[in-house]
Write a protein that binds this ligand. Structure first.
Ligand code: DP6
Length: 363
């Protein structure tokens, strides 16, 4: 696959004004994307569970301008009804990156109205759900101009565009498991798009649960983008990138066998390796908080004591994602209430589970 596939065909239909609304979920990586090359190409393959309850709903309103803009793009962004000028630079960068594939961007004025199901102050990154929702709205416009686009091409290009907004966003179009980045054992894997994982998946992973324990709800001190950059010249980078390939090989086997002990070992190691990379970057930094570690210790103790198959993963922040099979939900939720809530900011946590991707809400 190469980028040329995503250059648009000449329009067959005119579009004047209208709106599209897409709801797109967040995702949680099991094998982490950490490190990238030019043009949002990942340094290693990653694989994630698509989530369900943590999502962004975005309405893109568009109206054709009398004359194509010469300089800037013409848009405004609202979050829950409030104008958000501070979101503009990220969207401007996204538009610049995707314009070669969506040449109509400067023909329209856009109003972007967005809502996150999770509170802005939860420390949950909205870039994956937000960028994928916006990419899908833009694809709906392209489809209106080129109705012959197939569903497969629509999803592939939406993922391609979302990646240019935020790498992990390319894994939010479909579900329940999506890989991104070339890997020898995953047919159709690509550095350009996220692809739905089509290998065998054991029933233990059906409806897998993710309870997000909110430890620190503030703005992150170091953004993911800066963290990715610090993998350039990182002393352990090459070994880490190979390890991600190896861990995907292991997960492939685990998805077939349903061996939850092996699953836990890969997933927790990935989470700690991600943070180890941060701690050994130059400059080094820490995103875990004392309560992150306290929760991890509690999870290990509870697992040892009860044999329940819960494990943690982390993204680029202090919050803990607690992953466990649906069959163990009752006991794990009780454990959260009894022992983990005390370490959560204001006792807050969000219950989520594996989901099936984005969908068009309205048009
Ligand atoms: C730790 O996708 O947020 O969550 O491409 O710079 O926008 P940019 O980074 P982003 O990085 C996510 C990193 C991660 C791991 C993962 O989701 O795979």
């Amino acid at each position: 696959m190469n980028e040329a596939k995503f250059k648009p065909n000449p329009d067959t239909h005119q579009l004047e004004s209208g709106n599209y609304t897409w709801q797109s979920p967040s995702n949680i990586a099991l094998v982490k994307y950490w490190g990238k090359k030019e043009n949002q190409i990942p340094a290693n393959p990653s694989i994630s569970f698509t989530l369900s309850n943590c999502f962004t709903k975005t309405t893109l309103e568009f109206s054709k301008k009398e004359k194509k803009s010469e300089g800037n793009y013409s848009f405004e962004v609202f979050l829950d009804g409030d104008l958000k000028p501070d979101f503009a630079p990220k969207i401007e960068t996204f538009f610049k990156r995707v314009e070669a594939y969506l040449p109509f961007l400067k023909d329209f004025h856009f109003t972007i109205k967005t809502h996150n199901s999770f509170p802005h102050s939860s420390g949950i990154a909205s870039s994956a759900s937000g960028m994928s929702a916006l990419a899908l709205c833009l694809m709906s416009m392209e489809k209106a101009m080129n109705p012959s686009i197939s569903e497969e091409h629509f999803n592939e290009k939406a993922s391609f565009l979302a990646r240019l907004g935020s790498g992990s966003a390319c894994r939010s179009i479909e579900g329940p498991l999506v890989s991104w980045g070339e890997h020898k054992a995953i047919a159709n894997s690509s550095n350009l798009i996220g692809t739905k994982y089509t290998g065998e998946i054991h029933e233990s992973f059906q409806e897998y649960q993710d309870t997000i324990l909110l430890v620190d709800v503030g703005e992150k001190k170091v953004s993911s983008t800066v963290g990715h950059g610090l993998m350039n010249g990182h002393p352990f980078a090459e070994r880490r990138f190979s390890q991600a390939h190896e861990n995907i090989d292991k997960l492939k086997e685990i998805f077939i066998s349903g061996n939850l002990e092996a699953f836990i070992s890969v997933v927790e190691s990935e989470a700690l390796t991600l943070h180890a990379m941060m701690m050994t970057s130059q400059p080094y930094f820490l995103l875990m908080k004392p309560n992150t570690l306290a929760i991890i210790e509690k999870i290990w103790a509870f697992r040892k004591e009860t044999g329940h198959n819960l494990c943690f993963t982390l993204d680029a922040g202090a919050n803990v994602h607690l992953l466990y099979p649906k069959a163990e939900k009752e006991e794990v939720l009780q454990f959260i209430k009894n022992e983990l809530v005390a370490f959560c900011k204001e006792g807050r946590y969000i219950c989520d589970e594996i989901g099936f991707g984005a969908y068009l809400v309205d048009s």
